[in-house]
Design a protein around this ligand. Sequence first.
Ligand code: C2O
Length: 374
Amino acid sequence: ADKVNEKTVQCTDPAGQLPCPLVSPTDPVDFKPESKVTRIRQPVHLLSREYQEKYKEAVAKMKALPEENPLSFAAQAAIHQAYCDAYYKYDPTAKDAPFDVHFSWIFAPWHRMYIYFYERALGQLIGDDTFALPFWNWDTPAGMVVPPLFKDSMGNPLYDPNRNPSNVDALVDLDYLNDRNAEPIPFKGPRDEKYKELVNKNLCTVYTQQIRSGKGAESFLGEKYCTDIGSSTSSMGSLERMAHTAVHVWVGKAGPTPSSEACSAATGGFPNHTKGGYSCNNDMGFLGSAGHDPLFYSHHSNVDRMWHIWSTRLGGGQGITEADWLDTSFVFYDDVKSPRKVRIRFRDVLDTRDLGYTYDAESDKDLPWLRCKI
Ligand code: C2O
């Protein structure tokens, strides 16, 4: 059970299906800030060979953990799904009040927490407490393609077959939601006119997200969570609504939506699709299945970096100042070897240094999207 604005939301799983997180009988301990920064998150496309191997080894080990371990890859994916496929109820006695970590000001801090514990678990699995979750640097031209590290299909733990084959080798389109019918542009390089055009458009999308629409904390981070918020795009901040969502849909393989009849027919109906592979092979394309693709976590590492840049360089600072937001807390599992519950509040995660990580300063020296002029 998690606390949002001092109310508790509970995971309900009437059909006995996953993915309600496993219940541990112990009470959570409070999160304690880390004493120093030991982890520097780097861009995936610039990782050394050695770091690439570490990343693969860690994810392979996480995938090999038994599902009962709340820090196994299967359980991690299930946590994300539980928080966006109506398993959590704001008030279990009231109908139609599903709880969701998307579409509101919960988005940025919740995902920061989630990938923080994921990153720590990966480090623990390879016995390296400097291991930091690499980010998919889609806001710079050289990173505007699915990173090759995730593409090799031969025994690669970072590979996921459920991606859109027409987009995996193409230049990413950060405005894909407004552009779904556009032809994919090959990731060729600056001599191609269409390539140049889309790169510029992408940079301007990031500029708009971070600067033009990033004025004001709620405009960037999202609006206050309300039980009837549904999946409304108007309550999302620009951080969630723009490049983040576009990348999800762009990577996910096209196909029937999880709620469609075609999908139910193929999977045995909601919520059975949680068993044995979810969602008509879309993975990244739908929130409920996104956590099944290892790329999700490096995508969110960059979304988190966008928040970090907004806070530290673009004047956003601590963000929202309302106590309701600052005191909202969630419980996560920490420690792969003997998982224990930790309660962590939004106010604990406003400065990444308290979480023991930061972002590679070199790749932030030149942010090409700052030069976009609209
Ligand atoms: Cu919880 Cu990118 O979504």
